[in-house]
Design a protein around this ligand. Structure first.
Ligand SMILES: [Fe+2]
Ligand SMILES: [Fe+2]
Length: 313
Protein backbone atom coordinates (compact mmCIF):
# COMPACT_ATOMS: atom_id res chain seq x y z
CA UNK A 1 0.00 0.00 0.00
CA UNK A 2 1.29 3.48 -0.83
CA UNK A 3 0.94 5.23 2.52
CA UNK A 4 2.50 8.48 1.24
CA UNK A 5 -0.38 8.88 -1.21
CA UNK A 6 -2.99 8.26 1.50
CA UNK A 7 -1.53 10.80 3.90
CA UNK A 8 -1.26 13.43 1.11
CA UNK A 9 -4.91 12.92 0.21
CA UNK A 10 -5.96 13.07 3.85
CA UNK A 11 -4.11 16.37 4.21
CA UNK A 12 -5.83 17.76 1.09
CA UNK A 13 -9.15 16.55 2.51
CA UNK A 14 -8.51 18.44 5.76
CA UNK A 15 -7.82 21.59 3.79
CA UNK A 16 -11.07 21.33 1.83
CA UNK A 17 -12.99 20.68 5.08
CA UNK A 18 -11.32 23.73 6.64
CA UNK A 19 -12.29 25.88 3.62
CA UNK A 20 -15.94 24.83 4.07
CA UNK A 21 -15.86 25.58 7.79
CA UNK A 22 -14.42 29.07 7.28
CA UNK A 23 -16.67 29.76 4.30
CA UNK A 24 -19.77 29.04 6.43
CA UNK A 25 -18.51 31.05 9.39
CA UNK A 26 -17.61 34.25 7.49
CA UNK A 27 -20.41 34.18 4.88
CA UNK A 28 -21.58 37.75 4.15
CA UNK A 29 -24.35 39.51 2.30
CA UNK A 30 -23.75 42.25 -0.32
CA UNK A 31 -26.32 44.69 1.05
CA UNK A 32 -26.62 43.79 4.75
CA UNK A 33 -22.89 43.53 5.45
CA UNK A 34 -21.00 45.42 2.76
CA UNK A 35 -22.97 48.25 1.13
CA UNK A 36 -25.46 48.94 3.98
CA UNK A 37 -27.20 51.68 2.01
CA UNK A 38 -24.00 53.72 1.73
CA UNK A 39 -22.70 55.79 -1.17
CA UNK A 40 -19.09 56.55 -2.06
CA UNK A 41 -17.37 59.41 -0.24
CA UNK A 42 -15.50 61.34 -2.93
CA UNK A 43 -13.45 63.21 -0.34
CA UNK A 44 -11.63 59.92 0.23
CA UNK A 45 -9.32 57.77 -1.89
CA UNK A 46 -10.50 54.49 -3.36
CA UNK A 47 -7.05 52.89 -3.66
CA UNK A 48 -3.94 53.44 -1.54
CA UNK A 49 -0.95 55.26 -3.06
CA UNK A 50 1.12 52.08 -3.12
CA UNK A 51 -1.34 50.58 -5.61
CA UNK A 52 -2.36 53.70 -7.54
CA UNK A 53 1.25 55.00 -7.95
CA UNK A 54 -0.09 58.60 -7.86
CA UNK A 55 3.11 59.82 -6.26
CA UNK A 56 4.76 59.30 -9.66
CA UNK A 57 2.72 62.36 -10.72
CA UNK A 58 4.03 65.24 -8.53
CA UNK A 59 2.42 67.90 -10.78
CA UNK A 60 -1.09 66.82 -9.71
CA UNK A 61 -2.95 68.50 -6.84
CA UNK A 62 -4.12 66.36 -3.89
CA UNK A 63 -7.69 66.46 -5.25
CA UNK A 64 -6.46 65.31 -8.67
CA UNK A 65 -4.46 62.47 -7.10
CA UNK A 66 -7.60 61.44 -5.24
CA UNK A 67 -9.53 61.45 -8.53
CA UNK A 68 -6.87 59.19 -10.10
CA UNK A 69 -7.32 56.74 -7.21
CA UNK A 70 -11.11 56.82 -7.66
CA UNK A 71 -10.90 56.05 -11.38
CA UNK A 72 -8.44 53.25 -10.69
CA UNK A 73 -10.64 51.92 -7.88
CA UNK A 74 -13.54 51.72 -10.29
CA UNK A 75 -11.37 49.86 -12.80
CA UNK A 76 -10.05 47.62 -10.01
CA UNK A 77 -13.62 46.54 -9.18
CA UNK A 78 -14.40 45.98 -12.85
CA UNK A 79 -11.23 43.93 -13.36
CA UNK A 80 -12.26 41.63 -10.50
CA UNK A 81 -15.71 41.26 -12.01
CA UNK A 82 -13.95 40.32 -15.26
CA UNK A 83 -11.51 37.71 -13.91
CA UNK A 84 -14.13 36.16 -11.65
CA UNK A 85 -16.17 35.25 -14.75
CA UNK A 86 -13.53 32.79 -15.96
CA UNK A 87 -12.43 31.76 -12.46
CA UNK A 88 -15.99 30.73 -11.58
CA UNK A 89 -16.40 28.77 -14.83
CA UNK A 90 -13.06 26.98 -14.36
CA UNK A 91 -13.81 26.07 -10.74
CA UNK A 92 -17.17 24.59 -11.75
CA UNK A 93 -15.42 22.62 -14.51
CA UNK A 94 -12.77 21.29 -12.10
CA UNK A 95 -15.48 20.33 -9.59
CA UNK A 96 -16.93 17.83 -12.12
CA UNK A 97 -14.16 15.42 -11.22
CA UNK A 98 -15.62 15.13 -7.71
CA UNK A 99 -19.27 14.68 -8.76
CA UNK A 100 -19.24 11.00 -7.78
CA UNK A 101 -16.15 11.18 -5.59
CA UNK A 102 -14.96 13.29 -2.66
CA UNK A 103 -18.09 15.16 -1.59
CA UNK A 104 -16.16 17.42 0.80
CA UNK A 105 -13.94 18.72 -2.01
CA UNK A 106 -17.06 19.09 -4.17
CA UNK A 107 -18.83 21.19 -1.54
CA UNK A 108 -15.74 23.37 -1.02
CA UNK A 109 -15.50 24.07 -4.78
CA UNK A 110 -19.25 24.69 -5.15
CA UNK A 111 -19.04 27.25 -2.33
CA UNK A 112 -15.99 28.78 -4.05
CA UNK A 113 -17.90 29.26 -7.31
CA UNK A 114 -21.00 30.52 -5.47
CA UNK A 115 -18.84 33.14 -3.74
CA UNK A 116 -17.34 34.24 -7.07
CA UNK A 117 -20.86 34.69 -8.47
CA UNK A 118 -21.68 36.86 -5.46
CA UNK A 119 -18.46 38.86 -5.89
CA UNK A 120 -19.33 39.56 -9.53
CA UNK A 121 -22.72 40.86 -8.39
CA UNK A 122 -21.00 43.02 -5.74
CA UNK A 123 -18.65 44.53 -8.32
CA UNK A 124 -21.56 45.21 -10.71
CA UNK A 125 -23.36 47.02 -7.88
CA UNK A 126 -20.26 49.13 -7.21
CA UNK A 127 -19.91 50.01 -10.89
CA UNK A 128 -23.53 51.20 -10.90
CA UNK A 129 -22.99 53.27 -7.74
CA UNK A 130 -19.80 54.81 -9.15
CA UNK A 131 -21.59 55.53 -12.43
CA UNK A 132 -24.23 57.58 -10.59
CA UNK A 133 -21.68 59.68 -8.69
CA UNK A 134 -18.77 60.11 -11.13
CA UNK A 135 -18.67 62.29 -14.28
CA UNK A 136 -20.06 60.65 -17.43
CA UNK A 137 -17.64 59.12 -19.94
CA UNK A 138 -15.98 56.35 -17.93
CA UNK A 139 -15.73 53.12 -19.93
CA UNK A 140 -14.47 49.69 -18.93
CA UNK A 141 -13.34 48.29 -22.28
CA UNK A 142 -12.84 44.49 -21.97
CA UNK A 143 -15.90 42.24 -22.15
CA UNK A 144 -15.91 39.56 -19.39
CA UNK A 145 -17.37 36.84 -21.63
CA UNK A 146 -14.99 37.52 -24.52
CA UNK A 147 -11.99 37.42 -22.20
CA UNK A 148 -13.32 34.26 -20.52
CA UNK A 149 -13.65 32.56 -23.93
CA UNK A 150 -9.97 33.20 -24.65
CA UNK A 151 -8.77 32.21 -21.17
CA UNK A 152 -10.85 29.04 -20.99
CA UNK A 153 -9.45 28.02 -24.38
CA UNK A 154 -6.10 27.42 -22.64
CA UNK A 155 -5.17 24.35 -20.60
CA UNK A 156 -6.50 23.96 -17.06
CA UNK A 157 -2.91 24.07 -15.73
CA UNK A 158 -2.37 27.54 -17.22
CA UNK A 159 -5.75 28.87 -16.06
CA UNK A 160 -5.25 27.59 -12.50
CA UNK A 161 -1.76 29.13 -12.43
CA UNK A 162 -3.19 32.51 -13.45
CA UNK A 163 -6.04 32.09 -10.94
CA UNK A 164 -3.74 31.34 -8.00
CA UNK A 165 -1.66 34.37 -8.97
CA UNK A 166 -4.77 36.60 -8.97
CA UNK A 167 -6.16 35.34 -5.69
CA UNK A 168 -2.80 35.67 -3.94
CA UNK A 169 -2.32 39.29 -5.02
CA UNK A 170 -5.87 40.07 -3.85
CA UNK A 171 -4.82 38.99 -0.36
CA UNK A 172 -1.54 40.92 -0.45
CA UNK A 173 -3.21 44.13 -1.67
CA UNK A 174 -5.63 44.03 1.23
CA UNK A 175 -3.18 43.10 3.97
CA UNK A 176 -0.26 45.25 2.89
CA UNK A 177 -1.83 48.38 1.47
CA UNK A 178 -5.61 48.66 1.73
CA UNK A 179 -6.12 47.67 5.36
CA UNK A 180 -3.43 50.00 6.84
CA UNK A 181 -4.51 53.12 4.85
CA UNK A 182 -6.65 55.44 7.02
CA UNK A 183 -7.49 57.78 4.13
CA UNK A 184 -9.51 55.28 2.12
CA UNK A 185 -13.29 55.46 1.61
CA UNK A 186 -14.98 53.38 4.34
CA UNK A 187 -17.30 51.66 1.88
CA UNK A 188 -14.39 50.84 -0.39
CA UNK A 189 -12.37 49.46 2.53
CA UNK A 190 -15.27 47.22 3.53
CA UNK A 191 -15.54 45.92 -0.03
CA UNK A 192 -11.93 44.79 0.12
CA UNK A 193 -12.23 43.47 3.67
CA UNK A 194 -15.19 41.23 2.86
CA UNK A 195 -13.74 40.17 -0.47
CA UNK A 196 -10.43 39.27 1.24
CA UNK A 197 -12.23 37.09 3.80
CA UNK A 198 -13.59 34.76 1.11
CA UNK A 199 -10.58 34.96 -1.20
CA UNK A 200 -8.33 33.52 1.52
CA UNK A 201 -9.98 30.10 1.07
CA UNK A 202 -9.96 30.38 -2.73
CA UNK A 203 -6.17 30.67 -2.82
CA UNK A 204 -5.86 27.44 -0.80
CA UNK A 205 -8.12 25.57 -3.23
CA UNK A 206 -6.44 27.02 -6.34
CA UNK A 207 -3.16 25.62 -5.13
CA UNK A 208 -4.59 22.18 -4.32
CA UNK A 209 -6.27 21.94 -7.72
CA UNK A 210 -3.31 23.28 -9.66
CA UNK A 211 -0.93 20.76 -8.09
CA UNK A 212 -3.48 17.97 -8.66
CA UNK A 213 -3.84 18.99 -12.33
CA UNK A 214 -0.07 19.11 -12.68
CA UNK A 215 0.25 15.45 -11.65
CA UNK A 216 -1.83 14.44 -14.68
CA UNK A 217 0.42 16.11 -17.25
CA UNK A 218 3.30 14.69 -19.26
CA UNK A 219 6.46 16.79 -19.56
CA UNK A 220 5.40 17.88 -23.08
CA UNK A 221 1.92 18.90 -21.93
CA UNK A 222 3.37 20.90 -19.05
CA UNK A 223 5.81 22.60 -21.38
CA UNK A 224 2.94 23.68 -23.63
CA UNK A 225 1.00 24.85 -20.55
CA UNK A 226 3.93 27.06 -19.53
CA UNK A 227 3.74 28.76 -22.94
CA UNK A 228 -0.01 29.18 -22.48
CA UNK A 229 0.52 30.81 -19.10
CA UNK A 230 2.87 33.29 -20.80
CA UNK A 231 0.20 33.91 -23.47
CA UNK A 232 -2.38 34.58 -20.75
CA UNK A 233 -0.15 37.07 -18.94
CA UNK A 234 0.56 38.80 -22.26
CA UNK A 235 -3.21 38.97 -22.92
CA UNK A 236 -3.79 40.48 -19.45
CA UNK A 237 -1.14 43.07 -20.25
CA UNK A 238 -2.91 43.93 -23.51
CA UNK A 239 -6.11 44.58 -21.54
CA UNK A 240 -4.22 46.75 -19.05
CA UNK A 241 -2.61 48.81 -21.81
CA UNK A 242 -5.96 49.59 -23.43
CA UNK A 243 -7.69 50.38 -20.13
CA UNK A 244 -4.81 52.55 -18.86
CA UNK A 245 -5.05 54.67 -22.03
CA UNK A 246 -8.83 54.90 -21.64
CA UNK A 247 -8.68 55.84 -17.95
CA UNK A 248 -5.96 58.45 -18.57
CA UNK A 249 -8.16 60.09 -21.24
CA UNK A 250 -11.15 60.07 -18.87
CA UNK A 251 -9.04 61.68 -16.13
CA UNK A 252 -7.68 64.43 -18.41
CA UNK A 253 -11.14 65.14 -19.86
CA UNK A 254 -12.66 65.60 -16.38
CA UNK A 255 -9.97 67.66 -14.63
CA UNK A 256 -11.21 71.10 -15.68
CA UNK A 257 -7.74 72.25 -16.64
CA UNK A 258 -5.30 71.84 -19.52
CA UNK A 259 -2.22 69.61 -19.33
CA UNK A 260 0.92 69.93 -21.44
CA UNK A 261 1.52 66.89 -23.66
CA UNK A 262 4.44 65.64 -21.50
CA UNK A 263 2.12 65.53 -18.48
CA UNK A 264 -0.58 63.68 -20.42
CA UNK A 265 2.04 61.11 -21.43
CA UNK A 266 3.16 60.79 -17.80
CA UNK A 267 -0.44 60.29 -16.62
CA UNK A 268 -0.94 57.55 -19.20
CA UNK A 269 2.35 55.85 -18.28
CA UNK A 270 1.56 55.97 -14.55
CA UNK A 271 -1.88 54.44 -15.12
CA UNK A 272 -0.18 51.59 -16.98
CA UNK A 273 2.55 51.21 -14.33
CA UNK A 274 -0.13 51.06 -11.64
CA UNK A 275 -2.26 48.47 -13.46
CA UNK A 276 0.77 46.32 -14.26
CA UNK A 277 1.78 46.51 -10.61
CA UNK A 278 -1.74 45.69 -9.38
CA UNK A 279 -2.60 42.86 -11.77
CA UNK A 280 0.71 41.28 -12.77
CA UNK A 281 3.86 42.26 -10.88
CA UNK A 282 2.59 42.30 -7.28
CA UNK A 283 1.24 38.76 -7.79
CA UNK A 284 4.46 37.46 -9.33
CA UNK A 285 6.31 38.78 -6.28
CA UNK A 286 4.17 36.86 -3.76
CA UNK A 287 6.63 34.26 -2.38
CA UNK A 288 3.93 31.58 -2.18
CA UNK A 289 3.26 31.85 -5.92
CA UNK A 290 6.93 31.50 -6.83
CA UNK A 291 7.33 28.57 -4.47
CA UNK A 292 4.42 26.60 -5.94
CA UNK A 293 5.30 27.47 -9.54
CA UNK A 294 8.98 26.59 -9.17
CA UNK A 295 8.00 23.30 -7.57
CA UNK A 296 6.18 22.35 -10.79
CA UNK A 297 8.42 23.59 -13.59
CA UNK A 298 12.00 23.17 -14.78
CA UNK A 299 14.62 25.95 -14.42
CA UNK A 300 14.48 26.44 -18.22
CA UNK A 301 10.72 26.97 -18.09
CA UNK A 302 11.23 29.39 -15.19
CA UNK A 303 13.65 31.39 -17.31
CA UNK A 304 11.16 31.46 -20.20
CA UNK A 305 8.51 32.92 -17.88
CA UNK A 306 10.99 35.41 -16.36
CA UNK A 307 12.10 36.70 -19.77
CA UNK A 308 8.46 37.17 -20.85
CA UNK A 309 7.78 39.09 -17.63
CA UNK A 310 10.91 41.22 -18.10
CA UNK A 311 9.18 43.08 -20.95
CA UNK A 312 6.37 44.07 -18.53
CA UNK A 313 8.34 44.72 -15.34
FE1 LIG B 1 -13.65 37.05 -5.64
FE1 LIG C 1 -11.75 34.19 -5.56
Amino acid sequence: MDTTQISTNARDGDQYAHCIEVSKRIRWDIEDDVIRGRRFDFDKKFLPDGLSKVNELPFLSEAEKRFVSQIQGRTYANMFGLVERFICAKVLEVSREYFLGDQVALEALVRFSDEELKHQELFRRLEKLAGKQMPAGYRFLPQPNEVAQVVLGKSTWAVLALTLHIELFTLVHYRESIEPDVQLSDLWKDVFLFHWKEESQHAVMDELEWVREDRKLSAEQRDRAVNELIELVTAVDGILQAQAKQDAEYFVANCNRAFISEDVAAIRQTMLNAYRWQFIISGVKVPRFGKVLNGLITPEQGERIASALATIM
